[in-house]
Design a protein around this ligand. Structure first.
Ligand SMILES: *Cc1c(COP(=O)(O)O)cnc(C)c1O
Length: 393
């Protein structure tokens, strides 16, 4: 059958997921609606407890979005005007925007050309007395090199906040990213053994998760969460999410906050999807394996690291920059959706002013292409995507 008359392959297929889960979704949503408790309440608290338990953290604070989780984490740590936050410019805009919303300045490190995550070696040169946080991103579902980043943060006395928006469900094994899950001599350090086996979201001082519908754990609306082991930070986040009001005295405000409460319908949906997460992660990894086989020997195409911790929020390949538009056209002609995550570095955004873009980031913006990945993809879908990528030499 010619591709044009075959069904298109979307980046992800949430309508089929709703179909699959309907028998669980319907009673759960009905239960919440009939309870009359739509914001916060027992459904939200139960979801928070379940996440805290799963991740092995003391506190999980349900919020309105991943963006708010970033803002509130940094705000609760005291980040404000004049401060600096070291992060990666190869991420979604919210990563840098969160710091800027608080009046702070993002300082951009470079990334590793294989993992596409913040290169720890580029952090220390950016450190100074204004540095108030380091904000690595677990890009596309692959944990950043947290052992080295946490070590750098600790020795500078600067908290590390994980932007875990794309990596709910990932476990940090401590294996070197980029060395295919092996452990070489360089990986054998004390912080690495301390963090090994912990979940993403339990690796730094605090973490921000997004439950935007496309994420590995996605709600059916906006939702997010802050996780931390720090009791005071969690208490501050709970105040900030509710207009800075006192928990014991709701209509007394000692400070300004936000309206960033999590709603109960989303919490109910997320609780159902949380139970299915191991299955969904295994399915994503299976699809990634099919892609790997189908694209193994395409000259010039670089595949994402074959790393045991990767939960494949995205399956992002690199193609030679001069081939990128032709590959996109071939995918389009085959009815295959694709995205450029990310075509423009955060450092190069118009709102940023004159900021230099680190060299590896600049190069990757012209090379990356994210292919469809979700639990419902079948092997023949993957073959069709791969055929389109291969057709361009
Ligand atoms: C999605 C995302 C966010 C923002 O999450 P929202 O829930 O959409 O506000 C922040 N950082 C990264 C890396 C993301 O991918």
């Amino acid at each position: 059958m010619p591709d044009a008359v075959r069904a298109p392959i979307p980046m992800l297929d949430l309508a089929s997921e709703v179909d699959d889960l309907w028998s669980e979704l319907e009673p759960a949503v009905e239960r919440v609606l009939r309870s009359g408790q739509f914001i916060g309440g027992v459904e939200v608290e139960t979801f928070e407890d379940e996440v805290a338990q799963l991740l092995g953290v003391r506190h999980a604070v349900g919020l309105n979005s991943g963006t708010d989780a970033l803002v509130i984490a940094l705000e609760a740590l005291g980040v404000g005007p004049g401060d600096e936050v070291i992060t990666t410019p190869f991420s979604f805009f919210a990563t840098a925007e969160a710091a800027m919303r608080l009046g702070a300045t993002p300082r951009f490190g470079d990334i590793d050309p294989l993992t596409l995550n913040l290169d720890p070696a580029t952090i220390s040169p950016l450190m100074n007395e204004r540095t108030k946080a380091v904000l690595p991103v677990h890009l596309f579902g692959l944990p950043a090199d947290m052992a080295r980043i946490v070590e750098i943060g600790r020795s500078a006395g600067v908290p590390v906040v994980e932007d875990a928006a794309q990596a709910f469900g990932a476990v940090y094994s401590g294996a070197c990213a980029g060395c295919s899950g092996g452990r070489d001599g360089a990986c054998d350090d004390a912080v690495r053994s301390e963090l090994a086996g912990r979940k993403v979201g339990a690796l730094g001082t605090a973490a921000a998760f997004s439950f935007y519908p496309t994420k590995t754990l996605g709600a059916y609306g906006d939702a997010g969460m802050l996780t931390t082991d720090d009791d005071e930070l969690a208490a501050q986040a709970r105040r900030l999410r509710n207009h800075g009001s006192r928990p014991e005295d709701k209509y007394v405000h000692d400070m300004l906050g936000h309206n960033s409460r999590l709603d109960a319908v989303q919490a109910a949906v997320l609780r159902i999807k949380l139970r299915r997460l191991p299955e969904a992660t295994a399915a994503r990894r299976r699809v990634a394996g099919w892609y790997r086989d189908a694209l193994r020997d395409v000259p010039g195409v670089v595949l994402p690291p074959d790393h045991p911790d990767h939960v494949f929020h995205q399956f992002t390949v690199q193609v030679p920059a001069e081939r990128l538009e032709a590959v996109r056209r071939a995918l389009g002609d085959a009815g295959v959706a694709h995205q450029r995550f990310y075509p423009l570095a955060l450092s190069a955004q118009p709102v940023m002013g004159q900021v230099e873009t680190p060299p590896v980031v600049a190069e990757m913006c012209g090379r990356v292409l994210s292919l469809p990945i979700h639990p419902g993809l079948r092997p023949d879908d993957v073959d069709r995507v791969a055929a389109a990528v291969r057709s361009v030499r």
